[in-house]
Design a protein around this ligand. Structure first.
Ligand code: NDP
Length: 281
């Protein structure tokens, strides 16, 4: 069984990015990191992203806003970041506090600085196979498989979850030309989830329901990517029951240390990509 070590793979990507930033001989990339509200999980994610910036040589420009911040103020900050010359990418940490519409805020981000790949223009580009920023979690998952030389081409891929930030874009990347998987998308209304999962050569799970996928729901030799992460009384858990599923899988990601670090690495990669474009490198 191959353990798909996202942590180590992500470290390698950060080192590659750091070398390309260090050798550029111009101002470093700048990433606006906007955190609105006091969600503890978001605070942890933002700190991890700022740490990764430090490893790559990206300058994080952090904005922490109280939960009661009016939407108009957040929009004004985003517009300011859009025009600032020292900022190449904008990260707006989700979820946003109640009363702030994420769609409106994401739409306000300059698509050329939308390093999370959530702006509808980048979503459209991604689904059409045009150049643009790919959403970080799906891109990270594919990059992890690529680096382990596990190709889903021609294989049956099952994606459990259809959110705008994970399930949908992951499915659309999986069936794009060059990746070439045959894709099934499952969600909470899917009848016979176990039957669908059992068909998968590549199983991608992003539900946010701890350890729902058990060994009887997968076939022998499956490649499993567990994107889900839930805080339980026993610590962080994925959507996959690692102990039993790993006995049948050909390859599997751990939680934590799988998709999470790869997501951050892709955010750094997108930021460097945005910076290179603006600096004509
Ligand atoms: P959402 O809550 O937006 O989406 C969850 C999806 O799972 C929905 O499509 C839902 O179906 C489906 N679902 C829920 N329960 C079931 C079930 N019992 N059977 C089948 N499908 C089900 O979550 P996200 O996509 O934002 O995140 C999913 C998980 O991934 C979370 O644990 C999150 O923390 C994690 N995550 C991890 C990241 C990383 O970097 N590793 C990044 C982003 C997320 P329906 O649409 O019908 O409601």
């Amino acid at each position: 069984m191959i353990l798909l070590n996202g942590k180590e793979t992500a470290q390698g990507i950060l080192r590659e990015l750091s070398a390309s930033v260090a050798s550029a001989g111009c101002r470093p990339p700048g990433l606006a990191v906007i955190l609105a509200g006091e969600d503890p999980a978001s605070q942890i994610y933002v700190r991890a992203k700022e740490r990764a910036c430090g490893e790559v040589g990206i300058v994080p420009v952090s904005f922490t806003l109280p939960a009661a911040t009016p939407q108009s103020e957040l929009l004004a900050l985003i517009r300011d970041c859009n025009t600032r010359q020292d900022i190449d990418g904008i990260l707006l940490q989700l979820p946003l506090p109640l009363g702030i519409e994420p769609e409106t805020c994401l739409l306000a981000i300059d698509p050329g600085k939308d390093v999370d790949g959530f702006h509808p223009e980048n979503v459209g580009r991604c689904s059409l196979g045009l150049p643009g920023f790919m959403p970080c979690t799906p891109a990270g998952v594919l990059e992890l498989l690529r680096r382990y030389q596990l190709s889903p081409s021609g294989k049956k891929a099952v994606v459990v979850g259809r959110s705008n930030i994970v399930g949908k874009p992951l499915a659309s990347l999986l069936y794009r030309q060059g990746v070439d998987a045959t894709v099934t998308i499952c969600h909470s209304k899917t009848q016979g989830l176990a039957r669908e999962c059992c068909e998968a050569d590549f199983l991608f799970v992003a539900m946010g329901r701890p350890e729902i996928i058990t060994a009887d729901m997968v076939k022998e030799g499956v490649v499993v990517v567990d994107i889900g992460i839930s805080r339980t009384a026993d610590g962080l858990r994925g959507d996959v029951d690692f102990a039993s599923v790993s006995l049948k899988a050909r390859a599997i990601t751990p939680v934590p240390g799988g998709a999470g670090p790869m997501t951050i690495a892709m955010l750094m990669q997108n930021t460097v990509q945005a910076w290179k474009k603006r600096m004509n490198i």
